[in-house]
Design a protein around this ligand. Structure first.
Ligand SMILES: Nc1ncnc2c1ncn2[C@@H]1O[C@H](COP(=O)(O)OP(=O)(O)OP(=O)(O)O)[C@@H](O)[C@H]1O
Length: 582
C-alpha cells in the first residue's frame, strides 16, 4: 500500500476543502499514478490509474513544481492520446515529498476560462498555498505510516508474549498494569481487559515487583508466596526495570510456578546402565556393582578422574532406583563460592541475613526431597559443611540458615570426587567419619587410557551423536585415525574424546575422519611428561589465556573448560590452585 493510499479518506477531505476555498478542482495522485483524491470531474476516477501522457509523470520523475497556464501551448498535451476527451484548461501541480522521495502529486485544475485566468494571475500565491498543502499531506502520510508500523510491532510483540509459557506482566511508573500475557492471565485467573489499568497490588498483592520499581534494581528467580482468590500460590519471579531516557518508567516481570520449575529442572530423561557405553571387563563389573547400589537407598561414593563419567553413573543409579520418578539435583561443590554453599545446600529463612530474599529460599536438599542429591566434587567441600552433611546423613533433616526448626528431608546422597579422599583425610582436609558414611557403595571409574578396548566404541558413540547434531555425512574413522586415538593417553577422558570427535566431524571433508582432522596433540608424538612442578605454569598460562579469550563469566569458564577438555568443576579447582583471578 502506498503512503497516500493509507490516508485516502483524509486526502479526499483535504482535496474537497481546498477546492471549496479556491474554487478550483483538486486532484491528488500517488507515486503509482493512482488517483487518491479528486473533486469535480476527477471525483469519478478516484481509485483508478491515470493513463495517457500526464504532467504528473514529470513531477514524480523530477520532483519539480509545474504551472501550465494554457494546455494548448503545452508540448506534452499536444502529443497526449487523451487530448480529445481532456477538458482541463490550465493546471498547477506540486510534488508531495517525504525526505528526498516523491510520494505523490497534488494538482489544482482549471476547467473554465474564468478559473484559468485566475490561475494565471495568482500563480505565486496559489503555488505557495499548494506547496503548504503538499507538506501537510506528506506529514499526515508519514504519521500514518509510523502509526501502522507501531501497530505492527505491537501485534508482533503481543504474539511473542502470548507464545511464552511463563507469565509476563509489565507495570508503568505508577505500578499500574500495562501489559499481561496469556500465560499470566491463566496462572492468575484474570482477563487482560479486566486488569490493565489496575495497580499491581490490587491484582497480585505481596510481590517484590514494586521494590524493583523503587530501587531500579531487578531480581532473578525470587521465590514468592502469594494469597490469591482464597488459594496459596508459590511462584518464582524475575523482574527488570524499564527505562526511558535514563528514568525508570516501569518494570517487566516474568514468573512461573515454583513446583513446575522444581519438577522440570530436576527431573531427568532416564539414563539406564545399558546406555553407558563400555564393555571392557572393568566396566562390566562396575555396571553390575552400580546396579546393586541402585536397588538400595545407600549412599554411593564415585571416584575417578575428571571426565570419566561419574555424573553419568550417578544419573543411571538414580534413574534405575525406585526414586527414578523423583528429582535428581546435582550440586557442584567446587563451583559455588564457599560462603554461599551452605545456603545453596540447605536454603535460608526470610530475613536471616542482609540481602536474604523475601520468602527465603529452598536449599538443594529440599529440592531433592524424595529423590537424589548428587554432590559432585565433594572433596572441595569445606570442613564446616562436611559436618553438616554428616548431620543430614545421620539425622535426616536439614537446618535452614536462620531457621528455628529442622526440616525433615528424605534424600539419597550420591557423592563424587576426582580427589584422593584418603590422602585428604591424612592431611586433615576431609572428615574420616563422613568418608565412611559416604562410601557405603564405593565405585571407582577407570581412566579412559585404561579402557583401551572401549576407546573405539566410545569414539563411534560420540561420532553418531555429533553427526546427528551437525547433519554430517561422516560415517567412521580411517584406520590411521583409529590407531592414533587408541595410542593417545586421554588426560581429559571421555569428555576430551567427545570434544575431539566433535571438532573432527566439523573438520572432516570426506566420509571418514582422518589424521588431518584430529588435533595436533593427538597426531604429534607426545613430548615426555614434564615434572609436575614445571608443568604447572604452562597449565596456568593456558587457563589464564583462555579466560582472557572467553571471559571470566560462568559461560566463559564453560567454554574455557571445553577448550581444555576438562570439566568446569576441574577448571574451578585449577583456578583456585593457581590463584588465578576468576
Ligand atoms: N560410558 C559413557 N558412555 C557415554 N558417554 C559417556 C560415558 N561416560 C561419560 N560420558 C560422557 O562424557 C562426558 C563427561 O562425563 P561426566 O560429566 O559424567 O564425567 P565426570 O567424571 O562427572 O566429570 P567431572 O569430574 O569433570 O565432573 C559427558 O558428556 C558424558 O555424557
Amino acid at each position: 500500500m502506498s503512503y497516500l493510499q493509507q490516508i485516502q479518506a483524509t486526502a479526499q477531505q483535504m482535496a474537497e476543502a481546498i477546492s471549496s476555498v479556491l474554487g478550483m478542482e483538486v486532484t491528488i495522485v500517488d507515486s503509482q499514478l493512482e488517483r487518491i483524491a479528486g473533486t469535480g470531474l476527477h471525483q469519478e476516477t478516484v481509485g483508478q490509474k491515470i493513463t495517457g501522457k500526464s504532467i504528473y509523470q514529470k513531477v514524480l520523475r523530477n520532483g519539480r513544481e509545474y504551472i501550465v497556464n494554457d494546455v494548448t501551448t503545452f508540448d506534452d498535451c499536444h502529443t497526449c492520446d487523451r487530448r480529445a476527451e481532456c477538458k482541463e484548461l490550465a493546471q498547477l501541480c506540486c510534488p508531495i515529498m517525504v525526505g528526498a522521495d516523491v510520494i505523490g502529486v497534488i494538482g489544482l485544475i482549471a476547467f473554465s476560462r474564468e478559473r484559468q485566468s485566475e490561475l494565471r494571475n495568482t500563480n505565486d500565491r496559489l503555488l505557495t498555498f499548494t506547496r503548504k498543502m503538499a507538506e501537510l499531506i506528506a506529514a499526515k502520510a508519514v504519521e500514518e505510516a509510523s502509526r501502522a508500523r507501531l501497530l505492527l510491532v505491537k501485534n508482533q510483540l503481543e504474539t511473542v508474549l502470548n507464545f511464552i509459557a511463563e507469565g509476563v506482566l509489565a507495570i508503568d511508573h505508577t505500578a499500574k498494569i500495562i501489559s499481561i500475557n496469556y500465560a499470566a492471565e491463566k496462572m492468575l485467573g484474570v482477563k487482560a481487559s479486566q486488569v490493565i489499568g489496575l495497580t499491581l497490588g490490587e491484582v497480585l498483592p505481596g510481590t517484590p515487583i514494586p521494590e524493583a520499581l523503587r530501587s531500579g534494581v531487578g531480581f532473578h528467580d525470587r521465590e514468592v508466596s502469594v494469597w490469591l482468590k482464597g488459594r496459596h500460590h508459590h511462584y518464582l519471579f524475575n523482574a527488570t526495570p524499564m527505562r526511558s531516557e535514563g528514568a525508570i518508567c516501569g518494570v517487566v516481570a516474568s514468573f512461573r510456578s515454583f513446583y513446575d520449575w522444581r519438577e522440570s529442572s530436576s527431573r531427568l530423561p532416564k539414563i539406564s546402565f545399558d546406555q553407558i557405553v563400555g564393555d571392557c571387563p572393568a566396566m562390566l563389573v562396575l555396571k553390575a556393582e552400580a546396579r546393586r547400589a541402585a536397588a538400595t537407598v545407600s549412599t554411593v561414593l564415585i571416584t575417578g578422574e575428571s571426565g570419566t563419567g561419574k555424573e553419568v553413573f550417578a544419573k543411571a543409579i538414580h534413574s534405575e532406583s525406585n526414586r527414578g520418578e523423583q528429582p535428581f539435583v546435582a550440586v557442584n561443590c567446587a563451583a559455588i563460592p564457599e560462603n554461599l554453599l551452605e545456603s545453596e545446600l540447605f536454603g535460608y529463612e526470610e530475613g536471616s541475613f542482609t540481602g536474604a530474599r523475601k520468602g527465603g529460599k529452598p536449599g538443594k536438599f529440599q529440592l531433592a526431597d524424595k529423590g537424589t542429591i548428587f554432590l559432585d566434587e565433594i572433596g572441595d567441600m569445606p570442613l564446616s559443611l562436611q559436618a553438616k552433611i554428616l548431620r543430614v546423613l545421620q539425622e535426616k533433616h536439614v537446618d535452614r540458615v536462620g531457621g528455628l526448626q529442622p526440616l525433615p528431608v528424605n534424600v539419597r546422597i550420591i557423592a563424587a570426587t576426582n580427589r584422593n579422599l584418603e590422602t585428604m583425610i591424612q592431611e586433615g582436609k576431609f572428615r574420616e567419619d563422613l568418608y565412611y558414611r559416604l562410601s557405603v557403595y564405593p565405585l571407582s571409574l577407570p581412566p579412559l587410557r585404561e579402557r583401551q578396548q572401549d576407546i573405539l566404541l566410545l569414539a563411534r558413540h560420540c561420532l553418531q551423536k555429533h553427526t546427528r547434531v551437525y547433519t554430517s555425512e561422516v560415517t567412521g574413522f580411517s584406520p590411521a585415525a583409529i590407531k592414533l586415538l587408541q595410542q593417545y593417553h586421554w588426560p581429559g577422558n571421555i569428555r576430551e574424546l567427545e570434544n575431539v570427535t566433535e571438532c573432527a566431524v566439523i573438520r572432516a571433508a570426506g566420509q571418514l575422519i582422518d589424521i588431518g582432522d584430529l588435533p595436533a596433540r593427538i597426531t604429534q608424538p607426545t613430548p615426555p611428561a614434564l615434572p609436575a612442578a614445571r608443568a604447572e605454569p604452562a597449565e596456568k598460562q593456558a587457563i589464564t589465556g583462555l579466560l582472557e579469550t572467553y571471559g571470566k563469566s560462568v559461560e566463559g569458564k564453560k567454554q574455557a573448560a571445553k577448550a581444555l577438555g576438562i570439566g568446569v568443576a576441574t577448571l574451578y579447582r585449577k583456578i583456585r590452585k593457581y590463584q588465578i583471578e576468576g
